[in-house]
Design a protein around this ligand. Sequence first.
Ligand code: 5RP
Length: 223
Amino acid sequence: MNQDQLKQAVAQAAVDHIAPHLNKDSIVGVGTGSTANCFIDALANIKHTFDAAVASSEATAERLKGHGINVLELNAVPHMSFYVDGADESDTHLNLIKGGGGALTREKIVAAVAETFVCIADESKLVDVLGDFPLPVEVIPMARSYVARKLVGLGGEPVWRQDFITDNGNLILDVYGMDIVDPKDLEQQINQITGVVTNGLFAQRPADLLLLGTSEGVKSLTA
Ligand code: 5RP
């Protein structure tokens, strides 16, 4: 199977996982990216079995609406059973790096609300130690240089993502060379820098279930 087929397989596995738990009042949180897009396409086949979705980006909202899936604002949603999203990297504890598509802040907010976070990824995303993928950090524009200096102080090499503005009107610094031995601690340290909106480490709230697409089929990993 090629990478696209692995993404489609994990997307379908996620639909199969959540489908038995959905009812007419259910709200599904939906992530962003190419794997999440496969999930949206598979979710459309069962759109009559749940109430609505909450999108983690404008792009995801558009794709959901294109399939005729009702999209709600997160503030209108008191309870969400599942959030399904891809990742740039996952370790075996289901700590993640996310934000390759720049939607990390909204993704982290929707994931925080959901009871269960199902991460879907092909096997290339599973790593022993996080950090080969540059860590995205969303930054308020006027704080860019200050935050970059602080990130250098933490041992990273921040690079301003060119020609990119987040859905929240902010910038992204992609941080190379971070030694991510303690993802929870680093997530907290970076978030404490004034001007940082959030960073792409999902360790304080890791995934609950990782559905990993491999050449031997979809594997389920829990922390
Ligand atoms: C977007 C994300 C994505 O989940 C991550 O970049 C993975 O994307 P893809 O499924 O296209 O590999 O965090 O902000």
